[in-house]
Write a protein that binds this ligand. Sequence first.
Ligand code: SF4
Ligand code: SF4
Ligand code: FES
Length: 530
Amino acid sequence: MPTLKIDGQDVPFEPGDTIMRAAWRHGIEIPHYCWHPGLSVAANCRMCLVEITSGRRMDLPILRWDDKKNEYVPHTKPKLYPACQMTCGEDMEVSTTGEEAQGAQAAVQEFLLLNHPVDCPICDQAGECKLQDYWLEHGHQLKRKLTEPVHKPKGVRFGPTIVYDGERCVMCTRCIRVCDELVGDHVLDMRQRGNKSEVFVAPGRQLDHRYTLMTEHVCPVGALTSRDFRFKARVWFLRSAPGVCVGCARGCNTHVDFDPRYDRVYRLRPRDNMDVNRFWMCDDGMMTYRQVHEDRLLVPAIGRGEEREELTVKEVLRVAHRRLQQHEGARVGVVLSAHHSSEDNHVLASFARDVLGTDKIYIAANGGWAGDDILRHGDDNPNRAGARAAAGADAESLEDLIQDVLGGEVDAVVALGWVSMEGADELGPIAKLRTVVSLTSNDGPLPQVANIVIPVCSWAEQSGTFVNEQGIAQEFRRAIPAPGNIRPAWQTLVELAGLMGGQLKYAALSDVRTALTPTGAGPTAGEARA
Ligand code: SF4
Ligand code: SF4
Ligand code: FES
């Protein structure tokens, strides 16, 4: 592979690479606002100006002030090039930290801040703002403009999800390019000139496509904020765990941002994975973090409706054990979940076969949503493939379970998860059974028809694996601890199996994973880039 030198380091590049892309791949940061690895090159912010000290170097005639002569005298200075636009050349030498490049970066930084409001204390981007970062790294000087800054529209609702602050905008056009290039919807554009420029929404429109939150995600400053996240958390308090979106079978890689002081998840952000989601997520996927805290079931209980009675985990497991023992194992229907990890599903399938001795295995899943040709998959379940692999090829749907209950073949149910394409009404025949055990993190149709409810960890509270529609097994890690004594479903099932005299020899998640791999979890996705 050909190489060029950036700040003395040999950096390989692919034909057609720009200096910026080669540096990015190699882990060298060249300051930038408008460049984004997933978007076209706009080259309008000029923050990435670098000096080419060999090959294509060119000197420009300038006038420089001479103190001794007390006048301007002719001089030269090297022409600087935008690293995001200039393609690499073999043996090219580039300086991003020399006096000329740093002077230009500081000048651009000062220029961008001339009219910028100093509202960092109330800005949601504070702590992850490129203007703040580069001011420290490349500017670090006081503002020389003392006149009133240019004022522009603030707090403009671009649509249901995004608010725009024109005074904070650096006109990088990333948001416009996300709409144009990712979504194919030219709903944003720029108007006016110079320091009057602003981004605006096409007349008669709202910013309301399915990827609006990606405009906020790419905005390098606090000009676009998410109505969902704004004013909720300061980012320096947040920590992050690698996750996988539960919105659909695409399995977009995520950063799960949580506050460890409150064990609360505040948002998801896309985690780059070139094989799955590249740099992006859809809006519905970004909002799935809410499931962690909404309609959460925290207390084990027995009974239905008004008669529901709260118990401890130990008590509820003993009740589940006694009730299940009253049924012939082969007549117990076991419901896996396309929303739970492969590990949970695998242990539940083992529980069905090895402890209960039943082959009546079903899969509960959502019924699908509108996909698209960008990311969204028509199957709105994150792990149908993993549940199928655990169940074996002959797994049936909840509709089949209802038929088997009505036909008298199934007289008790153990169900994982809360999602179901059927509502609680359609699950009515199951609600009439004497024993329905629900292992669930949230309320939903399945727990509502159960008379033994055992809370288990949500996806944010445990590590696990989802297999996406490409057959890629993607691991996610625990972000927050589960409340109280709640444990992952697989661990709860191991304990229940022990009470029932069965043997499920899974002491740790790694034991389940070892057992899981041959059953079709698929290849593990390459480590995602940060
Ligand atoms: S709103 Fe943000 S992303 Fe859009 S042009 Fe302004 S600074 Fe760039
Ligand atoms: S496309 Fe699917 S997996 Fe990706 S963010 Fe959207 S819902 Fe989540
Ligand atoms: S990043 Fe190169 S000009 Fe903006």
